[in-house]
Design a protein around this ligand. Structure first.
Ligand code: EUG
Length: 540
């Protein structure tokens, strides 16, 4: 027996299933336990517990018209619907809904690449297109574009951008929502709209100019439950001539402050266009055991002082902090940019430079094999070795959820955040796994994100403890000004509650919109804290 949504009769559920079958074909409506189980969040923090949020069924349309019909049927029978693209949002909820008993609207059959233009540099795709699909399309045709890719290649450009996901190439393209242009959306009542120039039937600029005339509403459809996006445009990088990397290391703990100032100047000026990553070479390689001398220094009462670590780093010839700069463009231009960057970093006494790899596009298979593939435009899945058994990890995890607060882009904020997260980890018992000196990820051009993977266990006792600690860490971090950009359904009410300016007026505005456009509350109820009227009382 499926777990039905609150208040829905078995008769109405069966009525809806029958009409879904008539709309999309019987073979594309999934109701058996084993089929529906495939939509469970395999990284759920409620894994196997009665509270695990599970779907009742799934329906997989092939066309926009079928999506519209599904929404109309759902309104007739008041059946909650939860749309997914490729359904691989692992660590942030996977393919499971926010409300148990929802019917998953699985869009992975809608996997058409509508268009890729390598003169104006854009793509138009359906939600079921994965990064692998788009890569294959581009390479079979020899199109001169570089895809911006996240770590999981089986993800979808549409789904990833709607969840505010990111990638690894140029600053403009790494923000996947920020680099989209134009949408087609099925509203909760089944009405179809196109945004921007797509609303003008004669316009040939849907993927060139994003605003059209009047309000710019695309943002409403990200991390929300206001519509089902059925097509989306993306700006693409032209295929560059070359890629190069260079690394600067600085010797002192406090050098983090000028290091970040200089890298910000270079990035905001467009002198470095790749992702300028931060590292802490003093601690050696992450996920490797520290050398015994360093280990003893760090585990003595009070831990290692910055002065001790500076002396140790100098003796080992390592540097204390590092910043890896990456450049895409013509060889001569990026050589000059790197030279200028070295000049700027030389204002920090003791700065040292290391030449990174340097490649011409297209890379040879050997060069691709040696690279972080997604940085050079090749989709991949190797990130999923994270938490796997290794010489340094005897206890592989079952999965993970991400704790991902946004942090200001200054060196001082990094040093402050390291202390806040270390204290919060000690206070809550939540193992924030990012080494002795966690550093922020730099995907977003204008903000840092600290990303901590919290391991999910198959043991409910461990998961229960970590869930409570996770909620406390959200609160503690928010009190210090470090607020999350994205979270799994289990924590969405908690995170949204930290966006509390003027007595939560933003959430109330979202609720006003929800009531107006989805009076039956059937689309993705609860997503990012936006519940239908009848369910608001149960909110945390
Ligand atoms: C990653 C990237 C994310 C995120 C969680 C994890 C990558 C991990 C910024 O986007 O939210 C290696």
């Amino acid at each position: 027996m499926p777990k039905l949504p609150p208040g829905l009769s078995s008769k109405d559920f069966q009525g809806a299933i029958g009409q879904f079958e008539a709309a999309v074909g019987k073979e594309w409506v999934f109701t058996s336990d084993e089929d529906v189980a495939l939509y469970r969040d395999s990284y759920s923090v409620f894994l196997g517990e009665p509270e695990e949020i599970v779907a009742s069924a799934a329906v997989a349309p092939d066309t926009v018209e079928q999506v519209q019909t599904v929404m109309k049927i759902a309104n007739t029978f008041k059946v909650p619907i939860f749309p997914i693209s490729t359904g691989k949002n692992l660590g942030y909820g996977g393919s499971a809904p926010n409300l148990s008993g929802s019917v998953v609207l699985d869009l992975k059959r809608m996997n058409r690449v509508v268009e890729v233009d390598d003169k104006r540099h854009f793509a138009l795709v359906e939600p079921g297109v994965s990064y692998f699909d788009l890569y294959r399309y581009v390479h079979e045709r020899g199109l001169k574009v570089l895809l911006d890719l996240p770590d999981p290649g089986w993800g979808s450009p549409v789904g990833n951008s709607l969840d505010h996901g990111v990638g690894y190439s140029t600053g403009e393209m790494r923000d996947h929502f920020g680099s989209h242009c134009g949408m087609e959306v099925v509203l909760p009542n089944g009405e179809l709209i196109r945004t921007g120039m797509g609303a003008a039937p004669s316009a040939k600029t849907w993927q060139d100019y994003r605003y059209g005339a009047g309000p710019y509403i695309d943002g409403m459809f990200s991390q929300s439950n206001f519509g089902v996006v059925t097509k989306m445009g993306f700006w693409l990088n032209p295929l560059p001539d070359a890629y190069r990397m260079g690394t600067v290391t600085v010797p002192k703990h406090q050098d983090m402050i000028p290091l970040v100032d200089v890298r910000n100047y270079l990035e905001n000026s467009g002198i470095t266009n790749g992702m300028p990553q931060l590292g802490s070479p003093v601690y050696g390689r992450q996920f490797a055991p520290p050398d015994p001398e360093l280990g003893a220094m760090m585990t003595k009462p009070g831990g290692a002082t910055p002065a001790e670590l500076e002396e140790y780093a100098a003796r080992k010839g390592r540097g204390y902090w590092s910043c890896g700069l990456q450049f895409y463009g013509p060889e001569k231009v990026i050589a000059a940019q790197w030279e200028y960057a070295r000049e700027k970093f030389s204002s920090i006494p003791g700065a040292k430079f290391e030449e990174g790899p340097s490649y011409k596009f297209p890379l040879t298979p050997e060069q691709i094999e040696k690279s972080h593939k997604v940085t050079v435009g090749v989709p991949d899945l190797s990130i999923f070795t994270i938490g796997a058994r290794s010489p340094f990890n005897a206890n592989p995890s079952h999965g993970h959820v991400w704790f991902s607060p946004i942090v200001p882009r200054t060196g001082q904020a990094i040093l402050d955040a390291q202390k806040v997260f270390a204290d919060a980890s000690r206070e809550t018992g939540l193992p924030l796994l990012a080494g002795p000196a966690p550093l922020p990820a730099t995907y977003y051009k204008r903000a840092f994100i600290f990303i901590f993977g919290i391991m999910v266990s198959t043991d409910p006792v461990v998961n229960k403890k970590n869930r409570e600690a996770f909620r406390n860490v959200i609160r503690i971090a928010a009190e210090k000004g470090f607020v999350e950009y994205r979270t799994p359904p289990a924590f969405q009410d908690d995170v949204v509650a930290t966006y509390s300016f003027n007595n939560h007026s933003l959430l109330r505005f979202h609720e006003t919109i929800k009531d107006a456009i989805d009076p039956n509350g059937i689309l993705a109820a609860g997503r990012y804290g936006i519940w239908p009227t009848a369910m608001r009382a149960k909110r945390a």
